[in-house]
Design a protein around this ligand. Structure first.
Ligand code: ADP
Length: 526
């Protein structure tokens, strides 16, 4: 059995005994077989000594039991690592950042506390998955939709805290959070926002409460264990439709993104867009690259190829949800606006009035219609991957620059370049784009070493261009936090000042987001 670093075997045994008393023996896991489940199947350190392992795991069933776990951890200085459903794939799964941590697995806290379909919100515990919440809404015939992550087996709490995204107008998951219950490192319970009022009637309807806003301190952090969260939902729409916009030439992306940002920030476009390139798709299918590569064809040559093959250079599918008159007007407005680009073409897509049968063959549509799915796995290329996801500006120029910078890097690093998934941005957020690279990981140590080198380089090159990841794998949290270095790491110093004040024993998720408690600060980068 692995021991938490710095904890004597005798103390650890005592602590496990106390945890068993508090939770019941069957909810304290110490066997190798059980602990294997808390390893990252896609670890970049697979089979190496740096691979993150848990020393034990516990599964409390209530806020009071979480408090008991935290109090015992304080007594023995046990490092804890919190997970909701632990499906944080590509970012570490359920494995801790600090090896030897005791995983606090909240899967048993899986109650849907409330779904309100008049003011449109849900209140859930951490173990509630998107599937669970969707089922609850269906069973109770409630007039709201959720915005699932793809894939839908994770939890609204885990995904929102990590600031993940979906595909509907509610796709910015952190933005949809309203009112949380948090167990602090002291074991005390805090309710955020209007939850500060003991008999609050609006905890999950009004985000701000009174005084400094603290909700953000519990996102991507190790300042508390979230045991309950309010999440805003969207009213079930009457209608849905989608349509495609194509533009012919490389440089058309500049006005394309301007119109896109205008329509998005005018609430005409409201969902996630994945930018596509039928031309680059074709080029990649012929052994070419999805990036602008050194030694590759020039832009003029690619434009020529696009016109000869009658393939749009850029393309995107836009989705609309709401009253039928509104979605029709939105699509017309989109066509008017993009119609200003010479040669732009439009294609009407699917159109539904609910309830109705919908196209079952497109897993992205399933998710965009608020139904959790595992189907998106079928769209990913290859096996396991590490997610690398930098944020870039919402402009055509930024996409060109990213294509060039990452293309150069892909060439230097000898990475596969025919992957649209990696090379073009998404819009989870209304004013910026995100790229999602998948760096392959395997059970081959040499290949993984290479993957880690590539990852480090991606972080460094991104930072040199003013871009950085919005979220990262547990193995790279220090590296990514390093990039956010303005004013001699003022942000990290502030985080760690808070950490020392509220968690003096350094028990909660050491190393999360590069934040280490004082006693382990020498561990950074280990
Ligand atoms: P999901 O449930 O979507 O699979 P995870 O359980 O893997 O998400 O959680 C993702 C990350 O978010 C975890 O690694 C952890 O750092 C953080 N986290 C998850 N749940 C909580 C929680 N209830 N309180 C605080 N942090 C959490």
């Amino acid at each position: 059995m692995a021991l938490p670093p710095g904890v004597a075997q005798r103390d650890f045994s005592r602590a496990l005994g106390e945890l068993a008393n508090a939770l019941g023996r069957e909810w304290v896991f110490t066997s190798d077989e059980d602990l294997k489940l808390y390893r990252d199947a896609y670890s970049p350190f697979y089979g190496e000594s740096e691979d993150r392992v848990a020393s034990a795991a516990v599964a409390p069933n209530s806020t009071e039991q979480v408090q008991a776990v935290v109090r015992i951890a304080n007594k023995y200085k046990l490092p804890l690592w919190t997970i909701s459903t632990g499906r944080n794939l590509g970012y570490g799964g359920s494995s801790p950042a600090y090896s030897g941590s005791v995983v606090v697995d909240l899967k048993r806290m899986n109650r849907v506390i409330e779904v309100n379909d008049k003011t449109h919100y849900a209140v859930v515990e951490p173990g509630v998955s998107y599937f669970d919440l969707h089922r609850y809404i269906q069973e109770h015939k409630l007039n709201v939709w959720i915005d699932p992550a793809d894939p839908g087996w994770g939890s609204p709490i885990g995904n929102s805290l990590e600031r993940g995204g979906g595909r509907t107008p509610m796709r910015d998951h952190w933005n949809a959070v309203c009112g949380m219950e948090v167990v602090l490192p002291s074991g005390e319970v805090l309710r955020t926002g209007m939850g500060g009022l003991p008999n609050t009637q609006v905890w999950h309807q009004y985000k701000y409460g009174f005084g400094p806003l603290v909700d953000g301190l519990f996102s991507q952090s190790n300042f508390g264990i979230v045991t309950r969260m309010g999440i805003w939902l969207m009213p079930a729409p009457e209608a849905y439709r989608d349509g495609r916009v194509n533009v012919a030439k490389h440089d058309d992306l500049v006005p394309f993104m301007e119109h896109y940002a205008y329509l998005m920030n005018s609430d005409v476009l409201r969902g996630t867009m994945l930018l596509e390139s039928p031309l680059l798709n074709y080029h990649a299918s012929q052994g070419g690259s999805f990036f602008e590569m050194p030694g590759g064809p020039s832009i003029a040559e690619l434009d020529k190829m696009a016109s000869e093959r009658n393939l749009p250079y850029w393309s995107a599918e836009f989705r609309f949800w709401g009253p039928p008159k509104v979605v029709d007007a939105q699509w017309e407005t989109v066509k008017d606006r993009f119609g200003a680009i010479r040669g732009a073409t439009f294609k009407d897509g699917r159109s539904y009035r609910f309830p109705t049968e919908v196209d079952q063959n497109d897993p992205t549509l399933t998710v965009a219609l608020g139904t959790p799915s595992l189907g998106v796995f079928g769209l990913l290329q290859g096996g396991g991957h590490l997610g690398f996801s930098p944020i870039i500006p919402m402009t055509g120029e930024a996409v060109f620059k990213a294509q060039k910078v990452y293309g150069q890097l892909y060439a230097e690093m000898n990475l596969p370049v025919g992957n649209q998934f990696a090379a073009l941005p998404w819009s989870y957020s209304p004013r910026a784009l995100v790229m999602l690279f998948g760096i392959p990981v395997s059970h081959d140590k040499v290949k993984n070493q290479d993957g880690r080198r590539i990852f480090d380089k991606l972080v460094e090159v991104s930072a040199a261009n003013g871009w950085a990841e919005y979220r990262t794998h547990v193995a790279f949290m220090d590296k990514v936090a390093d990039a956010y270095s303005f004013n001699n790491h003022a942000m990290r110093r502030f985080h760690e000042t808070l950490k020392d004040a509220i968690d003096p024993n350094g028990i909660l998720s050491p190393g999360k987001s590069g934040i280490w408690p004082k006693r382990l600060r020498g561990t950074r980068g280990a």
